[in-house]
Design a protein around this ligand. Structure first.
Ligand code: URA
Ligand code: SF4
Length: 201
């Protein structure tokens, strides 16, 4: 993993970043994936949501959270009173990592090396969007933004200061709700964490 740093554009704007990220070869994940899935949303967004990596459908469509996890997320955002227009959505890792199994492509967790390789894109997005509230979705995003010591299970739903007037709020990944033995319970917890994020000053 040589890292994404050397692929960053000289001009730092969201459109320039997106264009440059389309050609990133900072780790091996670009090889098997269809395309880079960059973040989407307005630069002045109050909320930034950070997931793990694009899934199968996101990889095909080139947009974050448009598959099953995205549907859970959309529903919860609406119930928490967060408008999609006020949100910038992205992932810690910008290429889909999978293992082919017959005709299916099975999601695989990105390694620490891949998370670190991809972090320059996420950091650049954070600087440009500079959201008041960053919702950290699951352990991979937490590792990228809050470091290896942070435990989502222990500190979910707790605002963590990022700078004056800006916070992180970590919660579970929406995909975890789909896999949970008790989906309703998992969803309620997720919604409660999003409501904390929505209610921050
Ligand atoms: N899971 C993620 O973490 N991100 C997506 O964009 C889709 C599913
Ligand atoms: Fe570059 Fe990130 Fe894709 Fe790796 S996953 S090739 S670092 S954009």
């Amino acid at each position: 993993n040589i890292g994404a740093e050397r692929f960053l554009p000289a001009e730092i704007s969201l459109p320039a970043l997106r264009e440059a990220a389309a050609h990133c070869e900072g780790c091996d994940l670009y090889r098997a994936a269809t395309q880079t899935v960059f973040g989407e949303g307005v630069p002045g967004a109050r909320f930034m949501l950070v997931g793990e990596q694009p899934g199968d459908q996101e990889d095909r469509e080139g947009a974050p959270f448009v598959g099953p996890a995205g549907r859970v997320l959309d529903r919860a955002l609406e119930e928490a009173g967060i408008e999609r227009e006020a949100v910038y959505v992205t992932n810690a890792v910008k290429h889909f990592k999978y293992e082919p199994r017959g005709k299916r492509r099975i999601h695989q967790k990105p390694t620490v090396g891949e998370i670190n390789a991809c972090r320059p894109w996420l950091e650049a997005e954070m600087r440009l969007v500079d959201p008041e509230v960053t919702v950290v979705l699951g352990a991979t995003a937490a590792r990228a933004l809050l470091g290896p010591e942070f435990r989502v299970t222990r500190h979910r739903g707790e605002p963590v200061p990022r700078r004056e007037g800006a916070y992180y709020v970590a919660t579970i990944h929406p995909s975890a709700i789909l896999r949970a033995p008790d989906r309703d319970e998992a969803y309620s917890g997720f919604l409660a964490d999003l409501k904390v994020a929505a209610g921050l000053p």
